[in-house]
Design a protein around this ligand. Structure first.
Ligand SMILES: NC(=O)c1ccc[n+]([C@@H]2O[C@H](COP(=O)([O-])OP(=O)(O)OC[C@H]3O[C@@H](n4cnc5c(N)ncnc54)[C@H](OP(=O)(O)O)[C@@H]3O)[C@@H](O)[C@H]2O)c1
Length: 270
């Protein structure tokens, strides 16, 4: 059996990519379709999703379902889970989550920050719960939370972004600890910078020098690494963990194992 067949058996037959219309999400869809997984593509821009749907069907002969949805809406996860109730989703990639504001905390409204909180925390939690329950039932599957190095500490002009990414990081690492013995792999992919349309547009808007020409890591390279790392989890820090022995990855894994064992003394190991 080939490596792609093994991958499909573990994480197929369907993958759902939340935030698939460009950049990292589209790269995930392409590499998952190449491995033979059928794909559910989710984002707000239906035209872009339809173009990608066509491409995946033509190039990889997989099935593709398009769902146009704003994941920052309060009912987004309920609607998403209902829209794929008939599909066997073995892999969830939650990629949507860039900060559309990039301002100091007081320079955007609490409504704006609440919207980012829903996109990057509440909807993430609800999707992990809904899709995780199905994977847990069959004791097989995978979860990739596309995060950011901003999860590792606070950053000026990225207060809510870094806070929500920290939420997802802790959620993902905890789920890794709970699910690793149940056939479900979890990976937090913490990215430093990656070449996406959102990133380039933000740099132009913020008058960054060389915004369109600055060299950035490619989305497809990062996705290749993520799919390779998925069985190991719980966290991969790009680009740092691509060199040497992956010290950050090792340290985070060791911390989750150690702290889970220590906490079990007080909260139980069940
Ligand atoms: N780019 C970077 O340098 C960088 C650095 C660190 C971490 N990351 C992380 O990598 C991920 C991808 O980043 P990105 O730069 O491609 O930005 P992004 O703005 O999060 O876009 C990613 C995808 O999500 C979709 N999306 C965004 N908001 C959505 C919403 N409210 N509802 C449904 N879909 C939504 C976008 O499509 P539509 O516009 O069609 O909805 C797009 O397909 C994010 O989680 C980000 O935090 C990126």
């Amino acid at each position: 059996m080939s490596a792609f067949d093994n991958f499909k058996q573990k994480y197929g037959p369907w993958a759902l990519i939340a935030g698939a219309s460009h950049g990292v999400g589209a790269a995930f869809a392409r590499q998952l379709a190449e491995r033979g997984l059928n794909c559910v593509l989710v984002a707000r821009r239906e035209d872009a999703l339809r173009d990608l749907q066509q491409e995946l069907i033509e190039r990889y002969a997989v099935e593709v379902r398009v769902i146009s949805l704003d994941l920052a809406q309060p009912d987004a996860a309920v609607r998403l889970i209902a829209a794929v109730a008939d599909l066997d989703i073995g892999l969830l990639v939650y990629n949507a989550g860039g900060d559309p504001y990039i301002t100091r905390f007081l320079d955007s409204s609490t409504d704006d920050w609440a919207s980012l909180l829903r996109l990057n925390a509440l909807t993430v939690m609800e999707c992990c719960h809904g899709f995780g329950a199905r994977m847990f039932e069959r004791q097989r599957g995978g979860l990739v939370l596309v995060g950011s190095q901003s999860a590792l500490g606070g950053i000026r002009k990225l207060a809510m972004y870094s806070a929500t990414k920290a939420f997802a990081l802790n959620l993902g690492e905890s789920l890794w600890a709970e699910w690793k013995d149940h056939g479900i792999d979890v990976l937090n992919l913490l990215i430093g910078t990656v070449d996406t349309p959102t990133m380039r547009q933000a740099m132009v808007k913020l008058n960054i020098k060389d915004a369109l020409s600055m060299e950035l890591p490619s989305a497809s390279d990062i996705v290749t690494i993520a799919l390779h790392e998925l069985p190991y989890g719980p966290t991969f820090v790009h680009p740092e963990d691509t060199v040497g022995d992956g010290a950050m990855r090792q340290a985070r894994r060791a911390h989750v194992i150690k702290i889970s064992a220590e906490a079990a003394v007080f909260i139980g190991a069940d």
